[in-house]
Ligand binder design. Structure first.
Ligand SMILES: [Fe+2]
Length: 426
C-alpha cells in the first residue's frame, strides 16, 4: 500500500447534535480535509488523535501501552449544521490531495418532540474477521447483527442506532478499532449512531473506573471517546441525553461514579427531572451494566448500583430501561426492588402490553446479545418474563401513544419477542 492509498479516508459515521450531525472519519493524513454536503455546503474537518502516552497502565502492564499499541492515524470530525430533521442528504468527505469518498446518503433523525421514532438498540457487539484470519478477541455474532442492521437501515426503516457499551472489544489491541469501524461504516454513515461506554472501553486498575478490572486493556476510554465523540459534559464524563421523536434518552456510564451525590448522580437527577413529557412523552434510560439478569456470574449484577440508581428511575418515571453487558436478551415485569409492581396484559394480538397511564415502575431489558458469545440462563428471577439466548438486536417504534419493542433474531431474521408500552387509551 503506498502512502497516498494509506491516506484515503476509511471510516465514517454520525452522531446527532440537535439540528446538526457530526461526521467522523479516520485518515492517515493529519491535514484538515473537507465535507461537501447538502448540495453546495462545505466544511473543514478538525483533526485529533491519541498517542501511546495517553494509554494507561498500572502494576499490571497493559497491552495498549505496550505490545497492543497501534498508531490510530488521524480522526477527522466535522459538524454539519443547518439541517432539517427527518430529511435525506448526501455528502462526501476527503480532499483533492488524499482523494474523496463516494457520495453517501444519510437521513437526519426526527426532531425531539416530533411524533415518531424508529430505532435499533443493542450492546456488546464487537467484531469478527471476514476471512479466516485471527484477531485476539472475536465476537462471533457481530457479523450477522451488522448485516441484519445494515439491511434494516438501507430499507429506510431506521432513524437511529444506539450501541450501549462494549463497542469494539479492541481492549488495548488498537488496530482492532479499525476493523470494527470498517464493519459498521455502512449503517453508521447513513443514520445517527449513538453510543454508551462499557467496561471494555473504560476499566483498568488504578484508573478511576468504578470497577477495578483490566477490561479496557489500558485504553481507559481514550480511544472510545476519540472515535465516538458524544455530546458529553467533558472528557471522561461520558454521560449525556438526547431527544429524538417522542423519546428522551438518558445515557449514563455505569463505569463512572454513580453513587448518591456524585457528579453523575446529580446529573441524572437533573436530566430526568427536567424532561418535558408534553414534548417527549417517553423516557428511556440506558447504560451498560444491568440491574436485573437471570444469568449468574461473578460480575453480573452490582447491588450497590441498583440500590443507588433504581429509585431515580421510579421517581422520574422512566418507561424503559436498557442495559447490556450480559450476553443474552431478557425482559422484566414493571420491576422495582426485585418485585413486580405490575404485570403486562395481553392485547388482542396476544402481545404483552404495559399500561403506563397507570405507572408503577419501568420495564427493564438486557440487550447484550449483539455479538459476544452468548450467555446461558440460570434459575430465572421472579421478575423475569422473557429470556432468549440468540444473537440479535432490539427494534423500537415510538409514537406519542405507544412504544412497540421487538427482539429480532439476526440469524433467523425473525421477531422472537414483542411487547408494547402504552399511555392513555390502548
Ligand atoms: Fe460489558
Amino acid at each position: 500500500m503506498d502512502i497516498s492509498q494509506a491516506q484515503i479516508p476509511q471510516q465514517h459515521r454520525y452522531v446527532t447534535l440537535l439540528d446538526a450531525m457530526r461526521l467522523t472519519w479516520v485518515s492517515g493524513s493529519k491535514e484538515p480535509q473537507g465535507v461537501q454536503y447538502a448540495d453546495g455546503k462545505t466544511l473543514t474537518s478538525t483533526v485529533t488523535t491519541f498517542s501511546q502516552d495517553d494509554m494507561c497502565t498500572s502494576a499490571l502492564p497493559s497491552p495498549a501501552k505496550d505490545f497492543g499499541w497501534h498508531d490510530p492515524g488521524f480522526i477527522h470530525s466535522a459538524v454539519m449544521t443547518g439541517l432539517s430533521h427527518s430529511t435525506a442528504y448526501s455528502y462526501r468527505y476527503g480532499s483533492d490531495s488524499v482523494g474523496w469518498s463516494d457520495k453517501i446518503q444519510f437521513r437526519t433523525p426526527p426532531a425531539g418532540g416530533s411524533d415518531e421514532l424508529k430505532f435499533l438498540a443493542f450492546g456488546d457487539m464487537g467484531k469478527a474477521p471476514l476471512d479466516p484470519s485471527a484477531e485476539h478477541y472475536i465476537q462471533p455474532g457481530s457479523l450477522s447483527v451488522i448485516k441484519a442492521m445494515t439491511d434494516e437501515v438501507e430499507s429506510g426503516n431506521v432513524d437511529s442506532i444506539f450501541h450501549i457499551g462494549d463497542i469494539s472489544y479492541a481492549t488495548g489491541f488498537l488496530v482492532e478499532w479499525d476493523f470494527f469501524l470498517h464493519l459498521i461504516s455502512r449503517p453508521a454513515s447513513q443514520v445517527s449512531y449513538m453510543t454508551a461506554i462499557g467496561n471494555h472501553e473504560r476499566d483498568y486498575v488504578d484508573s478511576g473506573s468504578v470497577y477495578v478490572t483490566p477490561d479496557s486493556g489500558g485504553e481507559c476510554g481514550v480511544a472510545y471517546e476519540t472515535y465516538f465523540p458524544m455530546p458529553t459534559p467533558a472528557k471522561d464524563k461520558p454521560w449525556y441525553s438526547i431527544e429524538q421523536g417522542p423519546v428522551h434518552f438518558t445515557v449514563i456510564s455505569t463505569e463512572h461514579d454513580w453513587t448518591a451525590n456524585s457528579e453523575q448522580y446529580e446529573w441524572m437527577k437533573k436530566d430526568m427531572s427536567s424532561v418535558d413529557r408534553s414534548k417527549t412523552p417517553w423516557l428511556i434510560f440506558t447504560g451498560h451494566r444491568p440491574m436485573y439478569s437471570s444469568t449468574d456470574g461473578l460480575f453480573t449484577i452490582d447491588d450497590k448500583f441498583t440500590k443507588a440508581v433504581e429509585p431515580l428511575l421510579v421517581q422520574y418515571k422512566a418507561d424503559m430501561v436498557l442495559f447490556g453487558h450480559v450476553h443474552n436478551y431478557e425482559r422484566t415485569c414493571s420491576v422495582y426492588e426485585s418485585n413486580c409492581l405490575a404485570m403486562p396484559t395481553k392485547d388482542r394480538n396476544g402481545i404483552d402490553t404495559y399500561d403506563h397511564s397507570n405507572y408503577s415502575a419501568p420495564v427493564q431489558a438486557v440487550i447484550g446479545m449483539a455479538g459476544f458469545s452468548l450467555d446461558k440462563f440460570s434459575e430465572p428471577g421472579s421478575w423475569s418474563l422473557k429470556r432468549i439466548s440468540e444473537f440479535g438486536y432490539l427494534r423500537g417504534h415510538a409514537t406519542r401513544e405507544e412504544i412497540n419493542l421487538e427482539f429480532v433474531d439476526s440469524n433467523a431474521r425473525q421477531v422472537q419477542d414483542s411487547f408494547r408500552i402504552t399511555k392513555g387509551q390502548n
